[in-house]
Design a protein around this ligand. Structure first.
Ligand code: ADP
Ligand code: MG
Length: 315
């Protein structure tokens, strides 16, 4: 029996601002551990976050370049959860009022025909810190908070990607786009672009969507390809042997080329999102959006089309 695969991607793009999204701490890559974590990034009592305007500008650029709608009133919320590398106990993110709604990413460059991937939303949020385990043999793990508060733009696709090849084409196109826009290095090996892949299978395109499994934090194109391929096979085998796929978060193990369960998937309600009382709503005027529009360069997909037609080139 053949199965229809459905993939939705969540791509975290690290925005290349000089300072963090809510503090003046530097975002420079590769600094010694914990030298770039300010009181604000740790949310010590009495501190207040102040939004970095450049992060907003970059998100607007991205939104315009995918022909999305810029939400003219955008709201930051607290997403509550415990994690050792999240000293605040919550992450500032956007829930109901993300800065970008809708749009589509042009991935035609990877194909001979026009092809677009529908984007559901893109929202701003702060990164968490990072646990390090180099000292594990001596009996300790470390926490590096340099990354806490680094601005991320999380781009979420609709569940419309049909194959591994299309998923990889999407990631390559988004990387090229953010580099053209000069809003991110797009370097996956530095963690400046990371991807969660949501995968489900169903008997045919006419059936309702199957239960999705999310694979977290995949950090290279090759691993995205392998992780999806493995997960699709696993789900099909699971169903064909009489089991039901359950909603969960899995991790990709590159060494053994398989995915294993990490946790059962939380629903949004578990995070107790609420608007962050320390941050005002952000109102963005039409004039401001138009002003940002004038700063957009020629976009990669447009340039590609222009070169093909001007010089009679093959795609
Ligand atoms: P969460 O933060 O809980 O992962 P999001 O709404 O941010 O939720 O992301 C959901 C992602 O899962 C989107 O990329 C969406 O396209 C994808 N998705 C939703 N349902 C399915 C499904 N049945 N199969 C595959 N992908 C799905
Ligand atoms: Mg997710």
């Amino acid at each position: 029996m053949s199965w229809d695969t459905v993939i939705g991607l969540e791509v975290h793009v690290q925005l290349s601002t000089q300072s963090k999204i809510f503090s003046t701490a530097s975002t420079q890559f590769g600094a010694p551990a914990n030298t770039q974590a300010s009181f604000v990034d740790l949310a010590l009592p009495g501190v207040l976050p102040v939004l970095n305007q450049e992060a907003i500008n970059m998100a607007i650029k991205f939104g315009l370049s995918i022909h999305g709608t810029i939400n003219q009133e955008t709201i930051f919320s607290r997403k509550n959860y415990f994690y050792p590398d999240l000293p605040k106990g919550y992450q500032i993110s956007q829930d109901a009022h993300p800065i970008v709604l809708g749009g589509q990413l042009d991935i035609s460059m990877a194909y001979d025909t026009p092809m677009f991937i529908e984007i559901a939303r893109a929202h701003l949020e702060e990164d968490a810190g990072k646990s390090t385990h180099e000292g594990e043999d001596e009996g300790y793990s470390g926490i590096n908070l340099n990354r806490a508060g680094i601005p991320l733009l999380e781009v979420v696709t609709a569940p419309v990607i049909q194959s591994t090849a299309q998923a990889v084409a999407f990631l390559k196109s988004i990387r090229t786009l953010v580099r053209y826009l000069n809003i991110s290095t797009g370097n996956m090996q530095e963690g400046a672009m990371r991807c969660d892949a949501n995968i489900s299978v169903r008997p045919s395109k006419e059936d309702p969507l199957g239960q999705r499994v999310e694979i977290k934090n995949i950090n290279s194109f090759k691993f995205v390809e392998r992780a999806i391929e493995y997960e699709v096979k696993r789900q099909i085998q699971h169903i064909e042997s009489g089991h039901v796929v359950k909603q969960e978060t899995r991790l990709y193990d590159a060494k053994n080329n398989l995915t294993h369960p990490m946790r059962s998937k939380e629903d949004a309600v578990d995070y107790r999102y609420f608007p962050d009382p320390d941050l005002p709503h952000v109102r963005i005027s039409t004039d401001y959006i138009n002003h940002i529009q004038t700063q957009l360069p020629e976009l990669p997909a447009d340039k590609c089309k222009r070169l093909i037609s001007d010089y009679i080139l093959k795609p």
